[in-house]
Design a protein around this ligand. Sequence first.
Ligand code: NAD
Ligand code: ZN
Length: 345
Amino acid sequence: MPSTILFDPIGVALAALPRWTQMAVLVDENTKAHCYPLVQHHLPDHVLIEIPSGEEHKHLGTCEHIWDALTRHHFDRKSVVLNLGGGVIGDMGGFCAATYKRGMDFVQVPTTLLAQVDASVGGKLGIDFQGFKNHLGVFQEPLFVLIDVNFLGTLSQRELRSGFAEVVKHGLIADRAAWDALRSRSLGQLDWGQVVPHSVRLKEKVVAQDPTEKGLRKILNFGHTVGHAVESWFLTHQPLGGRLLHGEAIAVGMVAEAWLSVQKGLLPASELAMIEAYLLQTYGRVALPEAALPEMAHLARQDKKNEGQVILACLLRAAGEAVYDIPLTEAEIVESLRYYAGGLT
Ligand SMILES: NC(=O)c1ccc[n+]([C@@H]2O[C@H](COP(=O)([O-])OP(=O)(O)OC[C@H]3O[C@@H](n4cnc5c(N)ncnc54)[C@H](O)[C@@H]3O)[C@@H](O)[C@H]2O)c1
Ligand SMILES: [Zn+2]
């Protein structure tokens, strides 16, 4: 059953929730400092569970810590976990709740832009395992998702811009008018109170038609076939001092995949020019070493969405319209990365 999504100020939304026998609130050190003070006095008695922030803690060891706290406090199946944080907290806290005693309720309170417009919607939960991202997980919808854009006020500009890549993606795959509205403003001019609910509704609409990703939901992967590969490569190489955030990698992927869309005869070249100009202006151009391009393309094979040996991507027919299950070769991905890097311009 899809969850109820509330866009009210957090105090109002929390007051509307049912009462459970017990409540746990999951935070990391950042959301404890910045977000917990905004919700604490709106909550009934609860147990606070803190885990360290960061993707590197999204693993079984941290789950054990969460399950252990729930067990020590005698949580039963009628209790609830409120996940207060970004996508890591939401994915992992949801996974722990969905598996604790075969499933207890959980509520997502996403506090990053990425988590608000993407991770908290659609019921995908999970953790990383042996270096593979989201390798263990389940589909399970939270009972409620409470989205208050006021949480974004303490997010760094870089995290905000990274999450914004998913907002751009939603426009490019499904809503031409939203895309036109986004590109006519700079990031600082956007009204998150309007942009976030609209973007969430776009994702919701796609997920509702295909909850377990058998078909249409794959369009949400636009930019992610190449983007994930670039992200993975940077995770292990970190060439220019620092890692690439998810949305920054997806911005690279969206340019590369828009170019591939033109090569496949799907997208007019004029649309590519417009998409590329906007993304490069917003995200800059990430330096990709020429020698690394084949390795990156090879990494695209690992994608969970592929079938057998074939790389399947979602490409664009227009800004605002996507097509999925388009086969790509590693050589084509190398060419697209070379184009992005500036080699063919
Ligand atoms: N389930 C899905 O459908 C889905 C979709 C996209 C991404 N994801 C997952 O989401 C994760 C990434 O999410 P993310 O980008 O939110 O990362 P994150 O959860 O690591 O949060 C980023 C950083 O921001 C901090 N933070 C969170 N809220 C804050 C606030 N309001 N003010 C200040 N700091 C704050 C966090 O402590 C963390 O350091 C990945 O693990 C990815 O796999 C899941
Ligand atoms: Zn993404």
